[in-house]
Design a protein around this ligand. Sequence first.
Ligand code: CDP
Length: 249
Amino acid sequence: MSKMSDDKPKFLIKSGKRLDGRKPDEVRPMEMTVGVIPNADGSAMVVCGKTKVIAAVYGPRELHPRHQVLNHKARVRVKYNMLSFSVEDRKRPGPGRREVEISKVLSEALERVVLTDRFPMCAIDVFVTVIQADASTRVAGLNAASMALADAGVPMRDLVVSLSFGKSYDEKGAGHMVVDLEKEEDNWGMGDVAYAVAPALNEILLLQMDGDLTPEEFAKGRQMADEAAKAIYDMQKQALKAPYQEGSK
Ligand code: CDP
């Protein structure tokens, strides 16, 4: 039988190491691949530890229903979906409040980088599907979505680099800032933040916080996340170049 993640761990950090052996500023092993859905205009898969997400982009294309058309720019529509079998307790299919919220914040983040005014009256549809969830799915989805848009050739001001950070307690009960939360850290930590930036533009595109952090803790977490974001940004660019280097594009 699988271990129930509802068993509260005694602590999340011991002797400076997290439950999965990572250092506080270390992200989980990541894999990034574009072109995973050949029938889409652009697509990407992001694996971050046990979290696995696919994004597919269709468009720019004619927008339906017509009453949603914007005369001066394209609408970036995101549908975030977590598959029933992606979590330990089967998730009810279909969008709930959480999916609606995540779709909205991802769409707002992407609208900030896509050159929407180049495609008036069009829709750019982005489908983010979580195949396996182990926390930080919205940020993994955002990384995948921005890569899928680039893979589709949609003009953008920058890629979106996204990760979570939060506060975990150690064996003495003291809090430490950590980046890229996994499930137990998300469940039992003292506060967590979903964060996204456009590094070349130095703009924050997503900032959502659960729990409590002091301003100093937030600043420290953000600094750690900005550092980790540099490596993620490099990985995204490398994954986007790979099909050209391999000659498959
Ligand atoms: O995934 P993300 O951290 O962006 O969003 P969340 O709402 O904070 O969810 C954290 C994690 O809780 C998810 O990544 C899943 O691993 C888990 N979860 C779940 O097991 N069942 C749900 N219905 C929703 C979330």
